[in-house]
Design a protein around this ligand. Sequence first.
Ligand SMILES: *[C@@H]1O[C@H](CO)[C@@H](O)[C@H](O)[C@H]1NC(C)=O
Ligand SMILES: *[C@@H]1O[C@H](CO)[C@@H](O)[C@H](O)[C@H]1NC(C)=O
Ligand SMILES: *[C@@H]1O[C@H](CO)[C@@H](O)[C@H](O)[C@H]1NC(C)=O
Length: 332
Amino acid sequence: MPALVVLVGLLLHLGGACPAGYGKPVKGSPCMICPEGTWSAKGTELCKRCAAGTWSDERGRSSKESCIHCPAGTWSSQVGAISPEACQKCPAGYWSNRTGIGAIDKCTRCPAGTWSSAKGAGSESACVKCAKGKWSPHVAAVSEEACVSCDAGRYNPEEGAGLPSHCRPCPAGTWSDAISARSSEVCQPCPAGSFSPGLGAFSQKACAKCSAGTWSDTIGASSHKSCQTCPIGSYSDVPGANSSKTCAACRKGTYQPIRGAAEEALCIPCAVGNYSNKIGQAACHYCPKGSYGDGFGLTSCRACPEGTSTYQHGAIRAELCLAMPSESTVFP
Ligand SMILES: *[C@@H]1O[C@H](CO)[C@@H](O)[C@H](O)[C@H]1NC(C)=O
Ligand SMILES: *[C@@H]1O[C@H](CO)[C@@H](O)[C@H](O)[C@H]1NC(C)=O
Ligand SMILES: *[C@@H]1O[C@H](CO)[C@@H](O)[C@H](O)[C@H]1NC(C)=O
């Protein structure tokens, strides 16, 4: 039968065009049936080879469409391929949902944030997303190892992250030492008495203590402004205080005129001639008339001896207690 076909071609088409499915191997030769991997349309002289990405295992094909496409997920650069073995799988990390592609670079790369170990993948769903808490900059990644952890101080609640910015920083006033965190719940607030102004803090050390002389009961504070100063008349030498109770009142006999005193030495002893009989005072008082204060830091003044007094308050020595003229002397 094939011999008869060849003979017909030979007799009818020695010169000029050949019928569909036939062609001349060299110019001027008889029309021969197109071999596997080729085709010809009616009225042409040459068998054309199936395009890259297609193949044909039968002779005498009469149209381009009769070349069979390599299936989705495969490619072939071979022109005139005669078997489906010419179709090679797209490599791991790639996929293609188109048939008949003629070059490996027509396979599509899995995007950053995904990976695929499958060869010959026929759809994008073969690209596996990096888990929450991870991300990957790599396109066409072939294994899960391409996915790296979000750093401590950050978290990522979404799968398939392709940029480091998808790892979101813990907000100011919080910190986290966990890597691969999937949710903002890992961000722990700075304890009361401390604050952290920066984003993405990766250690509790980022929480700076309120300085001595101040305190804060705010949990998760982001600014030093949350630290409140100890009131006038008090001091606190404890950094990181979490309660106003750490502000201790200055002792009797001392005073303290400024807010935020950071040590007891800032409680100033009352001057000579002055006294203070209460704790936590902003100022001392003059020793009243009829008394004197002959030392620093007095909690009370000494009364002048019987029958004597002072002309003014704030007397600083006993010698200022004098016998006062009696009223009867002034007004006889
Ligand atoms: C091929 O994949 C793309 C991207 O996922 C999609 O938009 C398109 O509809 C798919 N085509 C077919 C034929 O499945
Ligand atoms: C306040 O600080 C004290 C001493 O450091 C600590 O024992 C206490 O747990 C803290 N309280 C709060 C509410 O942070
Ligand atoms: C004594 O106390 C008075 C009243 O508070 C004050 O005005 C004065 O400056 C004090 N004296 C000294 C030497 O500090």
